[in-house]
Design a protein around this ligand. Structure first.
Ligand code: 9Z3
Length: 344
C-alpha cells in the first residue's frame, strides 16, 4: 500500500512519481550524444531552461507554472556552442530555443521581414528577406547550420516538474562518463512545491464549492544527489532567483553550503538581464559544509549597461549578459579541469 512520506527525499520521490513515457528513448539518445562528444574531445554542457509546471489534475486542465521565458538558457546555449562546447539543451516545451529565439513570434516575428516580389516570368512570386534584416539573419542562420552539421546540439523537452527531475537525473548519470569535462548550467525555473500523483484529482476540479485549498509538498532538493551521487566530477552551476535583494547573497551561500557545488549565480527578477552575481567557495578545491562561515565565499558581480529601448537598435546588436556569464564560466571550468590534473 502506498503511504505518503511527509517530506519527499529524492529516493521517495522517484519511487512514487512515475517517469515520463519517453524517458528511455531520451536516455539512449543522450548516451549516444555523450559518447560521440567524448570521442571527438568536446566538453559538454547541460543547459536547463524555462519553467516547470505542476499539474493539479491527472487529466490536466489546470496547473501552476514557474516564471521563465527561457531567454537565459537559450542565449547561454548559443555562447557555449560558439565556444566549442557541445550542448544538451533541456527546455520547457515551447520556450525559447537557441537561434530561433532571435525570431520569437512575439518580439520579432519572422513573417514581418519577408517580402513577396512579383515573379518575373508571370508564375510563382518569389519570397525574399527585407534587406535591412539580411545580415543579422545570415549570421544566425550560418551558426545554426554549422551547429547542425557538427551535431553539437541535442534538445530535450520537459513540461512538468516530474519530467524535469526524471530527465535531470538520467542525463546527469549519462554525462558522468565525461568526468570533469561536463558542466551543468541549471537555469530552468523549477517548482519548489508539487502535488503528488497519489493525491491528484483524476478529473477536472469542479467549481461551485467555494474556496479551493490545495496542500502541496516540497519538491526534494535535487542538487544534493546531483552533486553527491549522479555526477561526482561535473562542474555544477545553479541559479538563484529572488525578488527581495536582501535574500540573494544569503540564499546563494546557503545553497553552496548545503549542496557543496561550484557556483551559484544569483539574479534579481527585475535586473536579471543586466546584473548577476557569481557566488563560489574562495578555494574551489575545498568542500563546502553547513558550518562554513560566509567569508569563505567570494562574490563576483557582472554588470552590463542597460540597453537603449527606443526600438532603433536591432535585437541582435544589443549586448547580452549571457555572453559575459559564459565567458567567465569557461575560465572557471578550465581551471577546474586543470586543477584535477595537478592534484592527480
Ligand atoms: C534563474 O534564476 C534564471 O536566471 C531565470 C531566467 C529563470 C531568472 P528567463 O528564462 O529567466 O531569461 O526569463 N533560474 C533559476 C530559478 C530557480 O528556480 N532557482 C531555484 C531557486 O531559486 C534553485 S534551482 O530556488
Amino acid at each position: 500500500m502506498y503511504t505518503e512520506p511527509t517530506t519527499f527525499s529524492a529516493e521517495a520521490y522517484f519511487a512514487s512519481q512515475p517517469p515520463p513515457p519517453t524517458l528511455q528513448h531520451d536516455i539512449e539518445r543522450v548516451r549516444e550524444f555523450a559518447k560521440r562528444q567524448k570521442q571527438e574531445g568536446r566538453k559538454v554542457v547541460l543547459v536547463t531552461s524555462g519553467g516547470t509546471t505542476v499539474p493539479l489534475e491527472l487529466n490536466v486542465v489546470r496547473f501552476l507554472d514557474n516564471f521563465s521565458a527561457g531567454t537565459r538558457g537559450a542565449t547561454s546555449a548559443e555562447y557555449f556552442l560558439k565556444a566549442g562546447y557541445a550542448v544538451i539543451f533541456m527546455h520547457r516545451q515551447f520556450s525559447l530555443q537557441p537561434f530561433s529565439r532571435h525570431y520569437s513570434h512575439s518580439t520579432n516575428p519572422f513573417l514581418d521581414f519577408l517580402d513577396i516580389e512579383p515573379s518575373k516570368d508571370g508564375n510563382t512570386p518569389v519570397i525574399s528577406v527585407t534587406p535591412s534584416k539580411r545580415s543579422d539573419l545570415l549570421e544566425v542562420l550560418t551558426m545554426y547550420k554549422d551547429v547542425h552539421k557538427a551535431g553539437t546540439l541535442h534538445t530535450l523537452t520537459f513540461v512538468t516538474v516530474d519530467d524535469y527531475l526524471w530527465l535531470l537525473r538520467a542525463v546527469s548519470q549519462e554525462l558522468s562518463v565525461l568526468g570533469r569535462n561536463a558542466m551543468f548550467y541549471l537555469a530552468a525555473a523549477v517548482s519548489d512545491f508539487f502535488l503528488p500523483r497519489q493525491r491528484m484529482s483524476e478529473h477536472k476540479i469542479q467549481s461551485g464549492k467555494g474556496r479551493l485549498s490545495i496542500e502541496m509538498d516540497q519538491v526534494p532538493k535535487i542538487l544534493k544527489p546531483l552533486v553527491d551521487e549522479w555526477t561526482k566530477d561535473g562542474y555544477i552551476v545553479s541559479f538563484k532567483l529572488e525578488t527581495d535583494d536582501n535574500l540573494l547573497l544569503p540564499k546563494a551561500k546557503a545553497a553552496l553550503k548545503r549542496y557543496g557545488h561550484q557556483v551559484v549565480i544569483g539574479n534579481d527578477l527585475h535586473r536579471r538581464k543586466y546584473e548577476v552575481v557569481f557566488v563560489s567557495p574562495k578555494s574551489p578545491s575545498s568542500k563546502t559544509t553547513t558550518d562554513q562561515s560566509d567569508d569563505e565565499f567570494e562574490e563576483y558581480w557582472l554588470r552590463i549597461p542597460i540597453p537603449d529601448t527606443s526600438g532603433n537598435v536591432s535585437p541582435h546588436q544589443v549586448k547580452e549578459i549571457e555572453e559575459d556569464i559564459v565567458a567567465e564560466l569557461l575560465k572557471r571550468h578550465s581551471a577546474w579541469i586543470d586543477q584535477a590534473k595537478t592534484t592527480s
